[in-house]
Design a protein around this ligand. Structure first.
Ligand code: SF4
Length: 376
Protein backbone atom coordinates (compact mmCIF):
# COMPACT_ATOMS: atom_id res chain seq x y z
CA UNK A 1 0.00 0.00 0.00
CA UNK A 2 1.25 3.47 -0.88
CA UNK A 3 0.02 6.19 1.37
CA UNK A 4 -0.11 9.93 0.66
CA UNK A 5 -1.21 12.58 3.11
CA UNK A 6 -0.71 16.19 4.10
CA UNK A 7 0.48 14.84 7.44
CA UNK A 8 -1.75 17.01 9.60
CA UNK A 9 -3.61 14.02 11.00
CA UNK A 10 -0.54 11.85 11.45
CA UNK A 11 -1.13 11.90 15.18
CA UNK A 12 0.39 9.31 17.50
CA UNK A 13 -2.91 7.45 17.43
CA UNK A 14 -3.02 7.38 13.64
CA UNK A 15 0.64 6.50 13.38
CA UNK A 16 -0.06 3.50 15.60
CA UNK A 17 -2.97 2.53 13.39
CA UNK A 18 -0.71 2.74 10.32
CA UNK A 19 1.97 0.70 12.04
CA UNK A 20 -0.55 -1.98 12.89
CA UNK A 21 -1.06 -2.60 9.15
CA UNK A 22 0.43 -5.99 8.48
CA UNK A 23 0.79 -5.73 4.72
CA UNK A 24 3.53 -4.04 2.71
CA UNK A 25 3.86 -0.33 3.30
CA UNK A 26 6.65 0.67 0.94
CA UNK A 27 5.91 4.41 0.73
CA UNK A 28 4.41 7.24 2.70
CA UNK A 29 4.28 10.57 0.89
CA UNK A 30 3.71 13.77 2.81
CA UNK A 31 2.85 17.04 1.06
CA UNK A 32 4.58 19.85 2.88
CA UNK A 33 4.82 22.51 0.16
CA UNK A 34 6.72 24.98 2.31
CA UNK A 35 9.81 25.30 4.45
CA UNK A 36 8.46 27.86 6.90
CA UNK A 37 5.34 28.24 8.99
CA UNK A 38 4.32 31.49 7.25
CA UNK A 39 4.52 30.10 3.74
CA UNK A 40 2.81 26.90 4.81
CA UNK A 41 -0.10 28.89 6.21
CA UNK A 42 -0.33 30.96 3.05
CA UNK A 43 -0.38 27.94 0.75
CA UNK A 44 -2.11 25.28 2.79
CA UNK A 45 -4.54 27.61 4.52
CA UNK A 46 -3.89 26.26 8.02
CA UNK A 47 -1.37 26.88 10.73
CA UNK A 48 0.06 23.39 10.89
CA UNK A 49 3.65 23.54 9.66
CA UNK A 50 5.28 22.72 12.99
CA UNK A 51 2.73 19.98 13.68
CA UNK A 52 3.38 18.32 10.32
CA UNK A 53 7.16 18.46 10.71
CA UNK A 54 6.82 16.98 14.17
CA UNK A 55 4.45 14.28 12.87
CA UNK A 56 6.95 13.34 10.18
CA UNK A 57 9.66 12.99 12.80
CA UNK A 58 7.42 10.72 14.85
CA UNK A 59 6.45 8.47 12.00
CA UNK A 60 9.98 8.07 10.66
CA UNK A 61 11.20 7.23 14.16
CA UNK A 62 8.33 4.79 14.75
CA UNK A 63 8.85 3.06 11.39
CA UNK A 64 12.54 2.70 12.01
CA UNK A 65 11.89 1.34 15.54
CA UNK A 66 9.61 -1.26 14.02
CA UNK A 67 12.28 -2.15 11.46
CA UNK A 68 10.04 -1.20 8.55
CA UNK A 69 11.65 -0.34 5.26
CA UNK A 70 8.95 2.20 4.41
CA UNK A 71 10.30 5.15 2.47
CA UNK A 72 8.93 8.41 3.82
CA UNK A 73 9.02 11.15 1.20
CA UNK A 74 8.26 14.83 1.55
CA UNK A 75 6.92 16.63 -1.46
CA UNK A 76 6.89 20.24 -2.45
CA UNK A 77 4.73 21.54 -5.26
CA UNK A 78 6.39 24.74 -6.30
CA UNK A 79 4.71 28.01 -7.11
CA UNK A 80 5.69 31.64 -6.76
CA UNK A 81 5.01 31.75 -3.02
CA UNK A 82 7.32 28.91 -2.03
CA UNK A 83 9.89 29.04 -4.82
CA UNK A 84 12.57 30.80 -2.79
CA UNK A 85 12.22 28.25 0.00
CA UNK A 86 13.00 25.34 -2.26
CA UNK A 87 16.76 25.27 -1.49
CA UNK A 88 15.91 24.88 2.22
CA UNK A 89 14.00 21.66 1.61
CA UNK A 90 16.82 19.05 1.78
CA UNK A 91 18.01 20.13 5.22
CA UNK A 92 14.47 20.36 6.52
CA UNK A 93 13.70 16.88 5.25
CA UNK A 94 16.97 15.54 6.63
CA UNK A 95 16.00 16.82 10.06
CA UNK A 96 12.77 14.83 9.98
CA UNK A 97 14.40 11.51 9.17
CA UNK A 98 12.52 11.22 5.87
CA UNK A 99 14.43 9.45 3.12
CA UNK A 100 13.39 11.34 0.04
CA UNK A 101 12.13 14.61 -1.39
CA UNK A 102 9.90 15.06 -4.36
CA UNK A 103 9.73 18.41 -6.14
CA UNK A 104 7.74 19.61 -9.07
CA UNK A 105 6.21 22.81 -10.31
CA UNK A 106 2.50 23.22 -9.73
CA UNK A 107 0.57 22.55 -12.88
CA UNK A 108 -1.61 25.26 -14.32
CA UNK A 109 -4.34 22.67 -14.18
CA UNK A 110 -4.38 22.40 -10.42
CA UNK A 111 -7.12 24.84 -9.84
CA UNK A 112 -8.13 28.41 -10.38
CA UNK A 113 -9.10 29.99 -7.14
CA UNK A 114 -9.05 28.02 -3.95
CA UNK A 115 -6.39 25.42 -4.47
CA UNK A 116 -2.94 26.18 -5.81
CA UNK A 117 -3.49 29.36 -7.70
CA UNK A 118 -5.65 32.39 -7.27
CA UNK A 119 -4.10 33.89 -10.34
CA UNK A 120 -1.68 32.98 -13.08
CA UNK A 121 0.88 35.25 -11.49
CA UNK A 122 1.60 32.44 -9.04
CA UNK A 123 2.35 29.99 -11.82
CA UNK A 124 6.07 29.69 -12.38
CA UNK A 125 5.51 27.93 -15.69
CA UNK A 126 4.16 31.13 -17.17
CA UNK A 127 7.12 33.23 -16.10
CA UNK A 128 10.44 32.62 -17.78
CA UNK A 129 12.43 34.19 -14.92
CA UNK A 130 10.70 32.11 -12.24
CA UNK A 131 11.06 28.96 -14.30
CA UNK A 132 14.81 29.53 -14.69
CA UNK A 133 15.10 30.15 -10.93
CA UNK A 134 13.18 26.93 -10.32
CA UNK A 135 15.57 24.97 -12.52
CA UNK A 136 18.54 26.47 -10.69
CA UNK A 137 17.04 25.62 -7.29
CA UNK A 138 16.25 22.08 -8.41
CA UNK A 139 19.95 21.66 -9.22
CA UNK A 140 20.83 22.94 -5.74
CA UNK A 141 18.30 20.59 -4.14
CA UNK A 142 19.70 17.60 -6.00
CA UNK A 143 23.26 18.51 -4.96
CA UNK A 144 22.37 19.02 -1.32
CA UNK A 145 20.27 15.84 -1.21
CA UNK A 146 23.19 13.86 -2.60
CA UNK A 147 25.42 15.31 0.13
CA UNK A 148 22.88 14.42 2.82
CA UNK A 149 22.15 10.95 1.46
CA UNK A 150 18.54 11.76 0.63
CA UNK A 151 16.84 10.61 -2.53
CA UNK A 152 15.75 13.52 -4.72
CA UNK A 153 12.91 13.03 -7.19
CA UNK A 154 13.09 16.26 -9.10
CA UNK A 155 13.10 15.18 -12.71
CA UNK A 156 10.21 17.30 -13.60
CA UNK A 157 8.76 19.20 -16.46
CA UNK A 158 6.78 18.11 -19.46
CA UNK A 159 9.77 17.03 -21.46
CA UNK A 160 11.16 14.72 -18.82
CA UNK A 161 8.47 13.66 -16.44
CA UNK A 162 5.76 13.01 -18.96
CA UNK A 163 7.73 11.80 -21.93
CA UNK A 164 7.34 8.16 -20.91
CA UNK A 165 3.99 6.46 -20.63
CA UNK A 166 1.40 6.92 -17.94
CA UNK A 167 1.26 4.19 -15.32
CA UNK A 168 -1.50 5.69 -13.21
CA UNK A 169 -4.08 3.27 -14.55
CA UNK A 170 -1.98 0.46 -13.14
CA UNK A 171 -1.19 1.82 -9.72
CA UNK A 172 -3.57 4.61 -8.84
CA UNK A 173 -7.23 5.11 -8.11
CA UNK A 174 -8.61 8.42 -6.93
CA UNK A 175 -11.50 7.94 -4.49
CA UNK A 176 -13.71 10.83 -3.45
CA UNK A 177 -15.52 10.85 -0.13
CA UNK A 178 -18.84 10.07 -1.86
CA UNK A 179 -17.33 6.91 -3.37
CA UNK A 180 -16.82 8.29 -6.89
CA UNK A 181 -13.54 7.10 -8.35
CA UNK A 182 -11.25 8.64 -10.94
CA UNK A 183 -8.64 7.20 -13.24
CA UNK A 184 -5.70 9.27 -12.12
CA UNK A 185 -4.60 12.42 -10.39
CA UNK A 186 -4.02 14.40 -13.59
CA UNK A 187 -7.00 16.64 -12.95
CA UNK A 188 -8.83 15.23 -15.97
CA UNK A 189 -11.28 13.58 -13.55
CA UNK A 190 -12.06 10.62 -15.74
CA UNK A 191 -14.91 8.90 -13.91
CA UNK A 192 -14.38 5.20 -13.24
CA UNK A 193 -17.52 4.30 -11.29
CA UNK A 194 -18.69 4.59 -7.73
CA UNK A 195 -17.31 2.26 -5.08
CA UNK A 196 -20.71 2.14 -3.42
CA UNK A 197 -22.19 0.57 -6.53
CA UNK A 198 -19.60 -2.21 -6.57
CA UNK A 199 -19.75 -5.22 -4.35
CA UNK A 200 -16.09 -5.84 -4.95
CA UNK A 201 -13.27 -3.29 -5.19
CA UNK A 202 -11.38 -5.50 -7.64
CA UNK A 203 -14.29 -5.46 -10.08
CA UNK A 204 -13.91 -1.70 -10.24
CA UNK A 205 -10.12 -1.77 -10.26
CA UNK A 206 -10.14 -4.18 -13.20
CA UNK A 207 -13.33 -2.91 -14.84
CA UNK A 208 -13.77 -3.30 -18.58
CA UNK A 209 -13.20 0.43 -19.06
CA UNK A 210 -10.00 0.44 -17.03
CA UNK A 211 -8.68 -2.66 -18.77
CA UNK A 212 -9.45 -1.12 -22.14
CA UNK A 213 -7.59 2.05 -21.20
CA UNK A 214 -4.67 -0.01 -19.89
CA UNK A 215 -4.52 -1.91 -23.17
CA UNK A 216 -4.23 1.41 -25.03
CA UNK A 217 -1.35 2.44 -22.77
CA UNK A 218 0.42 -0.90 -23.17
CA UNK A 219 0.10 -0.47 -26.94
CA UNK A 220 1.79 2.91 -26.68
CA UNK A 221 -1.36 4.91 -27.26
CA UNK A 222 -3.16 7.47 -25.13
CA UNK A 223 -6.69 6.22 -24.33
CA UNK A 224 -9.42 8.32 -26.01
CA UNK A 225 -10.80 9.29 -22.57
CA UNK A 226 -7.41 10.80 -21.72
CA UNK A 227 -6.98 13.00 -24.79
CA UNK A 228 -7.55 16.07 -22.78
CA UNK A 229 -5.51 19.19 -22.07
CA UNK A 230 -5.44 18.19 -18.44
CA UNK A 231 -3.54 14.98 -19.15
CA UNK A 232 0.18 15.77 -19.02
CA UNK A 233 0.99 12.81 -21.27
CA UNK A 234 -1.44 13.94 -23.90
CA UNK A 235 -0.18 17.50 -23.67
CA UNK A 236 3.36 16.29 -24.13
CA UNK A 237 2.40 13.99 -26.97
CA UNK A 238 0.56 16.78 -28.72
CA UNK A 239 3.24 19.29 -27.79
CA UNK A 240 0.67 21.46 -26.09
CA UNK A 241 2.80 23.60 -23.87
CA UNK A 242 -0.04 25.54 -22.43
CA UNK A 243 -3.44 26.70 -23.44
CA UNK A 244 -3.88 28.30 -26.81
CA UNK A 245 -4.40 32.00 -26.20
CA UNK A 246 -7.32 32.06 -28.64
CA UNK A 247 -9.15 29.13 -27.09
CA UNK A 248 -10.95 30.87 -24.28
CA UNK A 249 -12.48 34.11 -25.43
CA UNK A 250 -15.81 35.61 -24.52
CA UNK A 251 -17.61 38.88 -25.02
CA UNK A 252 -20.44 40.09 -22.83
CA UNK A 253 -23.39 42.31 -23.44
CA UNK A 254 -25.70 43.61 -20.75
CA UNK A 255 -29.37 43.30 -21.86
CA UNK A 256 -31.38 44.29 -18.85
CA UNK A 257 -31.16 44.86 -15.13
CA UNK A 258 -33.35 45.99 -12.29
CA UNK A 259 -30.59 48.37 -11.24
CA UNK A 260 -30.43 51.91 -12.57
CA UNK A 261 -28.17 51.97 -15.60
CA UNK A 262 -26.26 54.87 -17.12
CA UNK A 263 -22.95 55.56 -18.80
CA UNK A 264 -21.44 55.67 -15.33
CA UNK A 265 -22.51 52.05 -14.74
CA UNK A 266 -25.13 50.52 -12.46
CA UNK A 267 -26.60 52.15 -9.41
CA UNK A 268 -28.66 50.47 -6.73
CA UNK A 269 -30.31 51.81 -3.62
CA UNK A 270 -30.79 49.57 -0.61
CA UNK A 271 -31.01 46.25 -2.45
CA UNK A 272 -29.46 42.95 -1.37
CA UNK A 273 -29.25 41.61 -4.89
CA UNK A 274 -29.38 42.89 -8.44
CA UNK A 275 -30.83 40.89 -11.31
CA UNK A 276 -28.95 41.01 -14.56
CA UNK A 277 -29.88 39.65 -17.92
CA UNK A 278 -27.02 39.41 -20.34
CA UNK A 279 -25.69 37.79 -23.45
CA UNK A 280 -22.33 36.17 -23.88
CA UNK A 281 -20.64 35.10 -27.10
CA UNK A 282 -18.14 32.31 -27.40
CA UNK A 283 -15.50 34.06 -29.47
CA UNK A 284 -12.86 31.40 -28.82
CA UNK A 285 -12.43 28.03 -30.44
CA UNK A 286 -13.58 25.68 -27.65
CA UNK A 287 -17.07 24.51 -26.88
CA UNK A 288 -18.28 25.53 -23.45
CA UNK A 289 -19.93 22.52 -21.89
CA UNK A 290 -22.52 23.38 -19.27
CA UNK A 291 -22.13 19.99 -17.61
CA UNK A 292 -18.59 18.75 -18.16
CA UNK A 293 -17.07 15.59 -16.85
CA UNK A 294 -18.78 14.85 -13.58
CA UNK A 295 -19.49 18.60 -13.47
CA UNK A 296 -15.85 19.04 -12.54
CA UNK A 297 -14.79 21.29 -15.38
CA UNK A 298 -17.98 22.75 -16.70
CA UNK A 299 -18.28 26.32 -17.84
CA UNK A 300 -20.31 28.93 -16.08
CA UNK A 301 -21.00 32.60 -16.16
CA UNK A 302 -19.01 34.10 -13.35
CA UNK A 303 -18.20 37.39 -11.86
CA UNK A 304 -16.41 39.27 -9.17
CA UNK A 305 -17.27 42.35 -7.20
CA UNK A 306 -14.15 44.37 -6.54
CA UNK A 307 -13.37 47.47 -4.50
CA UNK A 308 -11.17 48.87 -7.30
CA UNK A 309 -10.85 47.69 -10.92
CA UNK A 310 -7.87 45.44 -10.06
CA UNK A 311 -8.44 45.22 -6.33
CA UNK A 312 -9.28 42.40 -3.96
CA UNK A 313 -12.31 40.23 -4.72
CA UNK A 314 -15.14 41.07 -2.33
CA UNK A 315 -17.70 38.66 -3.76
CA UNK A 316 -17.66 35.88 -6.28
CA UNK A 317 -20.65 35.16 -8.50
CA UNK A 318 -21.86 32.24 -10.54
CA UNK A 319 -24.65 31.64 -13.01
CA UNK A 320 -25.41 28.46 -14.93
CA UNK A 321 -25.65 28.34 -18.70
CA UNK A 322 -28.78 26.74 -20.10
CA UNK A 323 -26.91 24.83 -22.82
CA UNK A 324 -23.51 24.14 -24.29
CA UNK A 325 -22.14 27.04 -26.31
CA UNK A 326 -20.14 26.25 -29.42
CA UNK A 327 -17.56 28.60 -30.95
CA UNK A 328 -19.31 31.57 -32.54
CA UNK A 329 -22.57 30.96 -30.66
CA UNK A 330 -24.26 33.31 -28.24
CA UNK A 331 -26.35 32.54 -25.20
CA UNK A 332 -28.51 34.67 -22.94
CA UNK A 333 -28.21 34.30 -19.21
CA UNK A 334 -29.65 35.55 -15.94
CA UNK A 335 -27.40 36.39 -13.07
CA UNK A 336 -28.23 37.42 -9.56
CA UNK A 337 -25.59 39.76 -8.18
CA UNK A 338 -25.46 39.56 -4.41
CA UNK A 339 -24.47 42.95 -3.01
CA UNK A 340 -25.52 42.30 0.58
CA UNK A 341 -23.15 43.51 3.26
CA UNK A 342 -21.07 45.63 0.93
CA UNK A 343 -22.09 49.01 2.32
CA UNK A 344 -22.56 52.22 0.41
CA UNK A 345 -19.93 53.19 -2.08
CA UNK A 346 -18.50 52.55 -5.50
CA UNK A 347 -17.53 49.05 -6.56
CA UNK A 348 -16.68 47.27 -9.78
CA UNK A 349 -18.63 44.34 -11.19
CA UNK A 350 -16.51 42.14 -13.42
CA UNK A 351 -18.32 39.61 -15.60
CA UNK A 352 -16.26 36.76 -16.98
CA UNK A 353 -16.58 33.15 -18.01
CA UNK A 354 -15.10 30.52 -15.73
CA UNK A 355 -14.21 26.89 -16.27
CA UNK A 356 -14.74 25.39 -12.87
CA UNK A 357 -11.70 24.09 -11.04
CA UNK A 358 -9.50 25.50 -13.77
CA UNK A 359 -9.43 29.19 -14.54
CA UNK A 360 -11.18 32.40 -15.29
CA UNK A 361 -11.07 33.37 -18.93
CA UNK A 362 -9.33 36.58 -17.95
CA UNK A 363 -6.39 34.42 -16.88
CA UNK A 364 -6.39 33.05 -20.44
CA UNK A 365 -6.13 36.45 -22.04
CA UNK A 366 -9.83 37.13 -22.53
CA UNK A 367 -11.25 40.53 -21.58
CA UNK A 368 -14.01 40.58 -18.99
CA UNK A 369 -16.79 43.16 -18.92
CA UNK A 370 -16.21 45.60 -16.07
CA UNK A 371 -19.07 47.80 -14.88
CA UNK A 372 -18.99 50.46 -12.23
CA UNK A 373 -21.45 49.65 -9.47
CA UNK A 374 -22.76 52.34 -7.18
CA UNK A 375 -24.51 51.26 -3.97
CA UNK A 376 -26.41 53.83 -1.91
S1 SF4 B 1 -5.55 11.18 -18.17
FE1 SF4 B 1 -3.35 10.98 -18.58
S2 SF4 B 1 -2.47 10.71 -16.54
FE2 SF4 B 1 -4.67 10.21 -16.40
S3 SF4 B 1 -4.86 8.03 -16.76
FE3 SF4 B 1 -5.10 9.03 -18.71
S4 SF4 B 1 -3.05 9.01 -19.63
FE4 SF4 B 1 -2.82 8.67 -17.44
Amino acid sequence: MLFTTNGILLTRENINAILSYKGDLPFIGISLNACSAGTYRKIMGVDAFDAVVSNVKHITAALSKQGRKTRVSISMIVMKENLDELPLLPDLVHGTGAASVSVRAAEFTSSYTKDWFSSDEQNIRLDEKLLRAFERYVGEVEGRCAALGIEAICKEGHSVMFSGMCNELFDFLGIRNDGETFACCSGAFIPMGNLRDCADFWALWNSEKRQHMRTCIVNGDIPPECRHELCPYWRTRKNIDGFDAKSYRCSFQLLDTDAGISDAGLSVTGEAAISLRGRVTNSGNKTWSNTGLDRAHFFRIGGHILGTPRGAVLKELRGDMKADVHPGETIDFDLSVDVSGLGHGTYYLKLDMVQERMFWFEDRWSSPLILKLRLS
